[in-house]
Ligand binder design. Sequence first.
Ligand code: ADP
Ligand code: MG
Length: 677
Amino acid sequence: MKNAIEGFGENVFGLPVMEARLSAPTFASLKKTIDTGSMLDASIADEVAESMKEWAMEKGVTHYTHWFQPLTGATAEKHDSFIFPDFKGGIVTAFSGEELIQGEPDASSFPSGGLRATFEARGYTGWDPTSPAFIKYADAGAATLCIPTVFCGYNGEALDKKTPLLRSMKVLSEQTVRLGKLFGIDCGDTMAKATLGSEQEYFLLDQDLYAERPDLQQTGRTLFGKASCKHQQLDDHYFGSITTRVAAFMADLDSELWKLGVPAKTRHNEVCPAQFELAPVFETLNVSVDHNMITMEVLRTTAEKHGFVCLLHEKPFAGVNGSGKHNNWSISGPDGKNWLKPGDNPHENAKFMTIIVALMKAVDTHADLLRSSVATAGNDHRLGANEAPPAIVSVFLGDQLTDVVEQIEAGGASSSKEGGSIHLGVDLLPKLPRGNTDRNRTSPFAFVGNRFEFRAVGSNQSPAGANIVLNTIVAEAFDEICTELEAAVAEGKEFNAALQEILAAAIKQHKRILFNGDGYTDEWLDEAAKLGLPNLVSTPEALEVLNTQKAKDVFAKYGVLSNEELESRYNTYKETYETLIAIEASAAADIAKTMIIPAAVTAITEYSVVPAVAGISGEMSSLLEQVVSGVAALEAVGEPAGQVAAMNGLRASVDALEALVPADLWPMPTYAEMLFI
Ligand code: ADP
Ligand code: MG
């Protein structure tokens, strides 16, 4: 048997393949673009395209596609074959540099939130050479070369998630490099790179059961379903031994991902039965985002091969855990080192503490914007629902780091806790816990030893949105701190003294964002409200943040999204939300009318002739009345908030009925059947 690990990257046109196949000058030029973000030299494009085509055709590829990430949150592709008639009855194959660099799919049906009128509906795709091309094989044999691209309008307006992501990485790099220079780190034009490791949770469900759940098919989640008696109470699934069938699926999944160069690393059972997690090794942010999009697709297709359906919805089953995508984020400086790792000497630690304080400042200033980046209909069931992180964004630093922050705020006054005091640039930090100890699972934004973990991203979301915000707001915080520091030094202040003062002031202003306690408690809700931290519980509220001047200003100032681009996103996301809720509402009404009500009527009719069950029959009748009026109420409302409330009301009566109706009459698989695969 072939070793799956040996196949790592075999379907990727990555650096090793490029180096082996391109001429030395072309490879050097392309590598420079990838490393420094410099403009692509268009004159090398023909050679790269030809080489890509040859490599791909050797591997059975007939078509290529510009692979992009429109605002739908999914990926998009339109295939073009390499063939070209030779006008003598035969064909030649061709792929030019121009075709590699730019595409013009007829992409008028993608959401643009009003940015494009249909008469100027063209969208252009542009090659992102920093993320490697890869080959996707479909089971039937189709093999397609996928070229990661951005997707823009005629004047360069971003119509996708990739464009602002790359812009945000660029500004973060600029400000990081600037900060580094203040600390004596100068690496020429080498960029700093944000890094991402995106843990992916998902559910598996048997295909046969899925086929009998129209709610799952149409909305990705169960709109009805009484909790099973046993679900996750015993915590016996988390990290439990993996069943043979699931293990076979996971092995296949890893092998498929590895071929595509996705560094899948860990796999395990999650908290809820039928729930699992996959985590890759972290990579440069945009590559990692692309790899997460690929991972979601491969999860779905591999599940199908194994007779499963992979559910990526944030809350497929009520009453048990939902699925998220923990967003592990850090900055790799121009020196290639992780700048969120506490250093080995006082100077490095002054830089480390500056970055920690900048993150506090960024998250406190824009907690609402971070929240809005994870606002979707699916994620509303998770955030604040007592299991995933709360909708209130706060920062967890852990006791020791919090203590250091407090000491800096006190200006190096002697500390009560750890003994002694910290002088920036002079003293070492106390040994901070690294790795998995001292974790607070209830915090939405936690420092975990060498990176921050933003846990509010939904399992079904592209990680791009959250990271666009994160990069941009951190760039702003770096910018402001650098500006102050540069001015103080120019005035002749000693560097460490100036830094101490600037950080102390920032801590004073932003320390309310720090919270090391249990984020699920009511006390925290009250406390956060007193501190003035936003608690945006639903998507419509959270999306309004995109209309605030503060949000418009920060995106525009750093060139990540113009006001028009931001507005178009607001329009798109709002419309998507409203459409999804409307689909759920009509699916719920349909299922109740055509499946639930008939089953209840049969049960009541059968029971009504047996005096011993007259009581149950009566209970079912009154619940049936509630279902009928619940459907009427649902169909009478037209706006999302009303629809959500009416669906919840209807569900309560349906789930109560499920507890009484004979099992063989119930028209859909139960939670007990679905959760124990
Ligand atoms: P845990 O469950 O303890 O959070 P996992 O191994 O499931 O740990 O996930 C941790 C994720 O964090 C992995 O994807 C890992 O590669 C990623 N990670 C580690 N270091 C960094 C870093 N410097 N930048 C970004 N992500 C990182
Ligand atoms: Mg984690």
